[in-house]
Ligand binder design. Structure first.
Ligand SMILES: Cc1ncc(COP(=O)(O)O)c(C=O)c1O
Length: 485
């Protein structure tokens, strides 16, 4: 035996004699010994061919029965770690099975929540979320669940929620519909995916507003539709610019993101276009409940009686985007196709929050929540406008009768020296999330403006953020003006 082999034998055997087996432990002694011996062999790469102590000797050293030793040796013989030579004992095998080195441990930390930086548009204030009422309704619905909640669900959603949505739409959006026409979805993108498959065919042309909502563009691409962007003016989409298309997707009550409303004459012209060309008008009515002056504008789908219109609503802005709840209101004629699509694609929305939301709406608490948010958001908008007054020569600052963000166009003097994208980048460096209006456009020569979300931030945060914005913009403008002269 070489001196290296002798050394390995002695260190391996020394380690073996020093093993401490846990006699009161849950794992049988022979299994503990097999695990320890396997680990020793793997950690002594030069130990191939080493003779192990006789079972009787090792049993005496470890104060266990001989059977414990022979069972452990047999186990490792069968795994290929040991080999037996008749009459001369048990040896570490010449070729020990190769074990992949354990993967390096990846430190496991829950990811930090993505920070919501001031002026991010479109998020409701989480502090206004009715946590206690919500918890109570959830608890009531699921403590002793209605058996229907645990049976095969209706793919269109929990019926009482659909009935509550129908009542809400009649009261708030001038839209009379039957709960049977409502499909609960996992937010707006899910709703678009479903309705594109139910009402359109891949290759169809769909008109989208420009500027417009980027996730919509992605949903149109997913459905294999041809997107035709049409630039809007300060009355929204002009029906005369539509041409031949299978659908027009519009935000008539509050255009996203500019905030303008489509006047009645255009709404009627749009419906005429849909009827005469057999096209669909898809109304994305994402936050019209937040209207601060005058009456909420009735929905376009209400005006049409849901003949050539499909209505899309979401709870993301009215309650919380983390609920992932939205809905479609479809003409009766589309119901069967929508069911067929859902049977094929499967339902993506959870039933868990639906009975709680139904109860929250039926109790009148949802309407109170909306009124409370509306009062708070109106005050926040007024505060923001007054804090931004020093920027009046650079930005168009006008009160907006509705919504959760302001869309402020750059005045010509600022536009001449800075793009909205450059300003957005400078704001990001100062910790603000100010979106450039042009980032919502795909057509050339996009309008230049800044989107300033105010709804999701309390007064102190808004004041501090407004001061930073005044600072960033004044500095950017001063620098640009000075380098021009
Ligand atoms: C124009 C528009 N439509 C719909 C939605 C709702 O989207 P979701 O229900 O997927 O959160 C939003 C939310 O930001 C939006 O801006």
């Amino acid at each position: 035996m070489s001196s290296i082999a002798k050394k390995s034998q002695s260190t391996l055997n020394t380690a073996l004699f020093a093993l401490g087996l846990d006699k009161g432990g849950r794992q049988p002694l022979h299994a503990q010994l097999a695990d320890a011996l396997r680990a020793l062999i793997l950690s002594h790469p030069g130990a191939a061919g080493t003779r192990l102590p006789a079972s009787r000797t090792l049993a005496a050293e470890l104060s266990v029965s001989r059977m414990t030793i022979t069972t452990a040796y047999d186990q490792l013989l069968s795994e290929g770690y040991l080999s037996a030579r008749a009459g001369s004992g048990t040896f570490v095998a010449d070729h020990v099975p190769h074990l992949a080195p354990p993967a390096p441990a990846v430190p496991h930390h829950p990811p930090d929540p993505r920070p919501i930086r001031p002026f991010q548009p479109g998020i409701p204030d989480p502090a206004l979320f009715p946590d206690r009422l919500w918890a109570r309704h959830l608890e009531r619905a699921w403590r002793r669940p209605d058996p229907a909640l645990q049976a095969a669900p209706d793919p269109f959603g929990w019926y009482p929620l659909r009935a509550a949505i129908a009542a809400h739409l009649a009261a708030w959006r001038g839209l009379e519909c039957d709960p049977a026409q409502i499909v609960v979805t996992a937010g707006a993108s899910d709703a678009f995916d479903l309705l594109f498959r139910a009402a359109l065919t891949p290759g169809d042309v769909a008109v989208m507003e420009d500027p417009g909502w980027s996730p919509l563009r992605a949903a149109l691409d997913r459905a294999g539709l041809q997107t035709r962007p049409v630039r809007i003016d300060n009355e929204g989409l002009d029906p005369r610019a539509l041409g031949a298309a299978r659908a027009a997707i519009v935000t008539p009550s509050r255009h996203f993101p500019t905030g303008c409303a489509m006047p009645l004459a255009r709404r009627l012209a749009l419906l005429d276009w849909a009827r005469s060309t057999d096209a669909w008008v898809i109304e994305d009515d994402y936050d019209s409940e937040f209207r601060y002056q005058g009456q909420p504008l009735p929905s376009l789908s209400g005006l049409d009686g849901l003949r050539r219109t499909i209505y899309l609503g979401s709870f993301s802005k009215l309650l919380s985007a983390t609920l992932r709840l939205g809905y479609l209101v479809i003409p009766h004629a589309l119901a069967e196709t929508a069911r067929a699509v859902l049977a094929q694609s499967g339902v993506r929305v959870s039933l868990v929050p639906q009975p709680a939301l139904a109860a929250f709406m039926d109790s009148g608490e949802f309407a109170s929540h909306l009124r409370r948010c509306r009062r708070t958001y109106a005050k926040r908008q007024a505060l923001l406008l007054s804090e931004l007054a020093p920027l009046a020569s650079l930005l168009e600052l006008q009160p907006d009768p509705s919504g959760m963000h302001l869309c402020c166009l750059l005045r010509p003097a600022l536009r001449a020296v800075r793009s909205d994208a450059e300003i957005s980048a400078a704001c990001a460096a100062a910790g603000l999330n100010v979106r450039a209006l042009s980032s919502h456009c795909v057509l050339p020569d996009p309008p230049q403006g800044l989107l300033l979300g105010y709804a999701g931030f309390d007064e102190e945060t808004l004041k501090a953020a407004a001061r930073t914005l005044v600072d960033v913009l004044s500095r950017a403008a001063r620098k640009a003006f000075s380098t021009q002269v």
